[in-house]
Design a protein around this ligand. Structure first.
Ligand code: COI
Length: 355
């Protein structure tokens, strides 16, 4: 952590009178990169040990053209958010769960990973160092992106000889251009996202480029995102390109069971717990596409997406509409989750950490 550089920068900002907030249009944040001042970099040597990381100004990194990540996709990432409380403090939401998920993902991708403490410490440092990029309370959040990659050179297929852990951040608002309005989803029945035994259950970077074609095709037809089906029967719901999915019928809320092809979302499990607390019956199971078409409500969850209502789903030329709005289950669950994340509802679960 370059404390001298950081404090010199803070001093300069104070003199310019712009210490508290970066110069940004806080009312119109979407989900695009506006790099915050600092990033965190920590390297791991051949013996698999991550040594002390450092904060440096956000900028390009140097990689060999034969880096493992560039040639064979050996990398995983995380996403977490810092919110600004009304009293000015910053809140982090379950960063230890991102750390644990990174460890599991690293194991799957044959990579060493930072310890939970190293991970959480890096996230805290990045949130704090970039405080002026954390939107005012109620206007969005600082999206924090931890990235673990095989940075060492390889030629033949194999694990990289060196790994780099990077954390950078960007202020964000709503993920979808729809804002908090209902999404229109398209059930993809040609391309699949993940197959049993693959890496669909971890946040490997290799789960994202392959969905771009289906996603862009759906977007060009006016849809917000794509829902993928299982790769074997092509009948059971998996997840969307960027988030998990829930289906509501009466007082029962179902979500596809994670069996290695579906990402174990931290928002997913938090929403399941909140729904349970509210007396809904929460079920993880194989969710048949016909049941989705017959549901009362559908909504999506994710760190970036938060909890997003789905207004319509289109599957094989059939379009179904769902309940959305103030009386919806989605809206209720979203407001409890966001309330906890932003410090407006007391956290009785130990989910938020203030820094
Ligand atoms: C997140 O929700 O943090 C994700 O990683 C999804 C990504 C497509 C933005």
């Amino acid at each position: 952590y370059n404390a001298q550089a950081a404090s010199a920068l803070r001093e300069e900002r104070k003199q310019n009178g712009d210490e508290e907030y970066a110069d940004l249009d806080w009312d119109n944040l979407g989900f695009a990169l506006t790099p915050a001042d600092y990033m965190y970099v920590m390297k791991c040597s051949k013996d698999g040990e991550f040594t002390k990381g450092e904060i440096s100004p956000f900028g390009n990194i140097q990689l060999s053209p034969s880096a493992g990540v560039l040639n064979y996709g050996q990398a995983i990432y995380e996403g977490t958010k810092a919110y600004r409380k009304e009293n000015g403090k910053l809140l982090l939401f379950r960063p230890d769960h991102n750390a644990m998920r990174m460890k599991i993902g690293a194991e799957r991708m044959l990579m060493p990973s930072p310890s939970v403490d190293q991970f959480v410490d890096a996230v805290k440092q990045i949130a704090f160092a970039n405080k002026r990029w954390v939107p005012p309370s109620g206007k969005g959040s600082l999206y924090i992106r931890p990235l673990l990659m095989g940075s060492g050179p390889v030629l033949g297929l194999g694990p990289a000889p060196e790994y780099t852990f990077i954390v950078y951040a960007s202020p964000v608002g709503n993920y979808f251009k729809e804002g908090t309005a209902a999404l229109n989803l398209y059930v993809e029945d040609e391309y699949v996202r993940a197959a049993p035994g693959g890496a669909g259950g971890v946040k490997s970077i290799t789960n994202y480029a392959p969905v771009l074609k289906a996603l862009s095709r759906a977007k060009s037809r006016g849809f917000s995102d794509v829902l993928y089906l299982d790769s074997v029967k092509k009948k059971y719901l998996e997840e969307a390109s960027s988030c998990n999915v829930f289906v509501v019928k009466g007082r029962t809320i179902s979500t596809p069971a994670t069996n290695g092809t579906i990402l174990e979302g931290i928002t997913r499990k938090s929403v399941m717990e909140i729904a349970n607390d509210q007396g809904y019956q929460v079920v993880e199971k194989a969710v048949h596409v016909d049941d989705v078409m017959d549901a009362d409500e559908v909504f999506c969850t994710g760190t970036a997406v938060v909890v997003a209502p789905v207004g319509t789903i289109t599957y094989q030329n059939k379009r179904v509409e769902y309940k959305t709005g103030d009386e919806s289950v989605c809206k209720k669950l979203r407001s409890v989750l966001v309330g906890i994340q932003t410090g407006q509802i007391e956290d009785t679960k130990g989910w938020v950490t203030d820094i």
